[in-house]
Design a protein around this ligand. Structure first.
Ligand code: ADP
Length: 619
């Protein structure tokens, strides 16, 4: 019989398996048992929609048996089995199995780490076996990297039988332990305890002979090794952090260590159990269209949907986990689920639990929260912005922004609680990065007055805040908005006087710049810098930039005002040129305008004439 070759990716993975290091090998059993349990689930699910099939729970189990003489370990299940095509397609290819598909080439090279952490499926059998035989209606056999054979087989019972020829011990490696009853039992307990179907083993032992004193007899009996109680039905105080982490891995919710889990047992208006996780790392596809949100949905212990998206609002789409409820009908269709009243209640309940959990982390475990926020804060801000702010009340207290004063992330509440009596607004400044904002001339005066400024470095920030509009009755104000709402003082009077006295000069400058600006004014906010741009109206310069970068953007423009520092030497030069040397005034005006654009990170329309202008000043 001719050997068939594995697909390239599978081959590479197989090699990694075969060379895996000792500590990771035991998970092969978890993988094979999970597959067996899935196969029984599939049969169960089929029985729900097929009247011909009767599913008696007692008839379904997984059996693990070891034969020391023959060095075989056999995993049998009574699940759905595989056809010849399925054997070929499922066991001949591997890359589709989720955890590997996304790993980058360089990460694959360091395969040893991956194996320990992630589900790697059927192929993990080759970590401990040199020959693997899978029998359904056909027999599939492989010795690893050099391919596999398939031939018809006789099999009395339905389901799948997997026989592993356990490798011989070598000088460095022990494989015998995978034939030892106690070792197998402890691996099953550790990884597969909550599997819903019994995992049976033939257990040998000695017991006192009945009626005969001091005599013992050998016996063998079939035992169920796993407790079959799913983790979510267990009592919280029976479970350790490790159990929850293990469940997260086992379920392949993510490849990180979640920063928090929530174990919910609700028995009010709706009865349900749930285990939810807040991940630490952002999934690689999180901010793309490909990412699918959702929780696993079980009805009374049976999985009915992998990713029930109705259970999570978009703004909490990062949450992973599962929900089990007795109140849901088992063979409910996707369309019906959407309108299910129970499901809606559960979703609402879960939503508020997630919110309080996040607030709790924010309050008590700030560092953890900041880690979380780094990955998912953007999503929360989108949540504020979307649906015209319908969810802003839920989310605004979860937001963090960098503070000019504290030099770290702060909440809106913290900001407002520090505001002085005379401060009317919550000030913010937008820009590409903290460093860049720090150097914006517009922030000078506010900082001097001792006002705290929130730094907006995310595209979405300003848009989200526009939707929030007010926090605790305080409105938000951009540092570059025309009116900063600060009480007039001596300096303002001076500025107003200068404005009045040099009215004609400012008007001429405006004329030189034409439509590029709405006005040229004496600045109240500048201290040491000669110029800056401010805006009138709703659209700020940052917003203009972002809108411009969007596909099929409308040409939305901020109403810009060129502000001149009347205490700067340059102002004297302007006054000097005014009326005397029109060409010089034109040159200075356009230079100042272009400088203001540069400070804002806006493109200069004509860089060549800008550099020519500079040369003119130099010679
Ligand atoms: P994954 O479980 O991640 O899909 P595996 O390599 O473990 O990857 O398994 C590949 C496929 O082979 C499974 O998705 C399933 O369809 C099939 N399979 C594996 N083991 C069994 C089994 N015991 N009974 C029926 N089908 C199985």
């Amino acid at each position: 019989m001719s050997k068939k070759q594995f697909k390239a990716e599978s081959k590479r993975l197989l090699e990694m398996m075969i060379n895996s290091i000792y500590t990771q090998r035991e998970i092969f059993l978890r993988e094979l048992i999970s597959n067996a349990s899935d196969a029984i689930d599939k049969l169960y699910y089929k029985a729900l929609t097929d009247d011909q099939l009767v599913f008696n729970k007692e008839d379904y189990y997984v059996k693990v048996s070891a034969d020391k003489e023959r060095r075989t370990l056999t995993i049998t299940d009574t699940g759905i089995g595989m056809s010849k095509e399925e054997l070929e397609n499922n066991l001949g290819v591997i890359a589709k199995s989720g955890s590997f598909a996304f790993k980058k080439e360089n990460e694959l090279k360091d395969g040893h780490n991956i194996i320990g952490q992630f589900g790697v499926g059927f192929y993990s059998a080759f970590m401990v076996a040199d020959v693997v035989t899978v029998t359904t209606a056909f027999k599939w056999e492989s010795t690893g990297a050099d391919g596999y054979t398939i031939e018809p087989a006789e099999k009395a019972t339905a389901g799948t039988e997997i026989v592993l020829n356990i490798k011989e011990n070598t000088e460095d490696d022990q494989y015998d332990e995978y034939l030892e009853e106690y070792r197998l039992k402890s691996i099953i307990k550790k990884y597969s305890d909550f599997i819903r179907y019994p995992i049976k083993m033939d257990v040998k032992g000695q017991r006192p002979k009945a009626d005969v004193e001091n005599e013992f007899e050998e016996y063998q009996e079939e035992q169920t090794v796993n407790s079959m109680v799913p983790i979510w039905r267990k009592n919280k105080n029976e479970l350790t952090q490790e159990d929850y982490d293990q469940f997260y891995f086992e379920k392949r919710y993510g490849f990180d260590k979640p920063i928090k889990h929530l174990h919910i047992s609700a028995d009010g208006a709706v009865v349900y159990n749930a285990i939810l996780y807040i991940p630490e790392n952002t999934p690689f596809d999180y901010y793309t269209k490909e990412y699918e949100k959702g929780l696993e949905l079980y009805s009374n212990g049976v999985l009915i949907m992998d990713k029930c998206s109705d259970l999570l609002p978009d703004y909490f789409s990062f949450v992973k986990g599962m929900v089990d409820s007795e109140d849901l009908s088992l063979n409910i269709s996707r369309e019906m689920l959407q309108h299910d009243r129970q499901l809606k209640l559960i979703a609402k309940n879960i939503n508020s639990k997630i919110k309080s959990a996040l607030l709790g982390i924010l309050k008590d475990e700030r560092e953890q929260y900041e880690t979380f926020y780094k990955g998912f804060g953007r999503q929360l801000k989108f949540g504020v912005y979307n649906d015209y702010g319908a969810n802003k009340d839920v989310l605004q207290d979860l937001l963090l922004f960098h503070s000019s004063k504290e030099k770290k992330l702060v909440t809106l509440d913290e900001y407002v609680s520090r505001m002085s009596e005379d401060q009317k607004y919550i000030y913010y400044a937008s820009g590409e990065s903290i460093e860049r904002i720090e150097r914006l001339p517009q922030t000078e005066m506010l900082s001097d007055k001792g006002y705290e400024i929130l730094y907006f470095t995310d595209d979405i920030d300003e848009f989200a805040i526009k939707v929030v509009a007010k926090y605790k009755d305080k409105e938000f104000k951009s540092v570059s908005s025309g009116d900063l709402g600060i009480e007039a003082d001596e300096k303002d009077k001076e500025t107003a006087e200068e404005q009045e006295q040099n009215k004609e000069l400012f008007e001429q400058m405006k004329e030189i710049l034409q439509d590029k600006v709405k006005a040229v004014k004496a600045s109240k906010r500048l201290k040491s810098h000669p110029v800056c741009l401010s805006t009138e109206g709703e659209v700020t310069i940052e917003m203009e930039k972002i809108l411009k970068a969007m596909p099929n953007s409308q040409d939305v423009k901020a109403d810009k005002v060129l502000e001149i520092n009347v205490n700067h030497e340059i102002f004297a030069a302007l006054k000097d040129a005014h009326g005397k040397d029109q060409a010089k005034l034109g040159l200075y005006t356009s230079l100042l305008y272009n400088q203001a654009l540069l400070i804002e990170g806006l493109p200069i329309q004509d860089p060549v004439s800008f550099t020519n202008d500079i040369c003119k000043v130099m010679v």
